[in-house]
Design a protein around this ligand. Structure first.
Ligand SMILES: *Cc1c(COP(=O)(O)O)cnc(C)c1O
Length: 225
């Protein structure tokens, strides 16, 4: 298996190049190592390589890794979250990337003992297979979240369609950026909406060109076990 430190060097070069192309500062882009397909040891290798943000998409593997990795990591929950699993993960994660319905917000708010940083997941491309709210549903949804004291909407998250067509991918990311700007302009106290969680192994460079601040990279960074 390739060393994470080598993968990271290549990915960071690509992110730097994407930033240079559009005049962004690479420090605005945080790399989340998505460790859902690898062992705890491999997640520890990511930390040792200097990546402090780890992403998981299921409660059980998340909690299992957290038994060993007890400090030094910022945890991101990136998968769809069942309401009945909220209690399990709430106290152990720093960001939830998959807020997509009021019932979930209600459960998070009910169980939370402190502010929970969330991304609202948006289905920009309108694909049936994707989770997330339709673009036009997002603003009314965020308005409703005002009622939930413990929820803070830090930004928006999306997944691009699984396609080789860069134009489709780019337009998805452009759409999320446009929506993020319009929401940030509203200056909601509970929803600053300054962040964009977009870009995975095969499309993170495009996402960074289009304004991503959190890229979620699994295969290209930590590989598959
Ligand atoms: C698995 C996953 C990723 C990482 O995917 P790779 O293609 O392996 O980089 C990113 N985001 C979400 C929501 C995922 O489920």
């Amino acid at each position: 298996m390739t060393r994470i430190i080598d993968n990271l060097q290549r990915i960071q070069q690509n992110i730097d190049a994407a930033c240079a192309k559009v005049g962004r500062n690479p420090e605005e882009v945080t790399i989340i190592a998505v460790t859902k397909q690898v062992t705890t040891a491999r997640a520890e290798e990511a930390l040792a390589a200097g990546i402090h943000h780890l992403g998981e998409n299921r409660p059980e593997p998340l909690l299992e890794k957290q038994e060993t990795i007890t400090d030094g990591a910022v945890w991101h929950y990136i998968g769809s979250l069942q309401t009945r699993k909220v209690r399990k993960v709430l106290d152990t994660v720093d960001f939830i990337h998959s807020l997509d319905r009021l019932s979930l917000a209600e459960e998070i708010n009910k169980r939370a003992t402190k502010t929970v940083n969330c991304f609202v997941q948006v289905n920009v491309s309108g694909e049936d297979s994707k989770h997330g709210l339709a673009v036009q549903e997002v603003e009314p949804f965020i308005e409703q979240l005002k009622a939930y004291d413990h929820i803070r909407v830090v930004g928006l998250m999306t997944m691009a369609p699984n396609t080789e067509d860069d134009t489709i991918i780019r337009n998805t990311f452009k759409g999320l950026k446009e929506l993020q700007l319009s929401l940030a302009a509203k200056q909601y106290e509970h929803a600053p909406c300054t962040e964009l969680s977009m870009g995975m192994s095969h499309d993170y460079a495009i996402a960074v060109e289009e304004g991503s601040t959190y890229v979620r990279i699994g295969t290209a960074l930590v590989g598959l076990d």
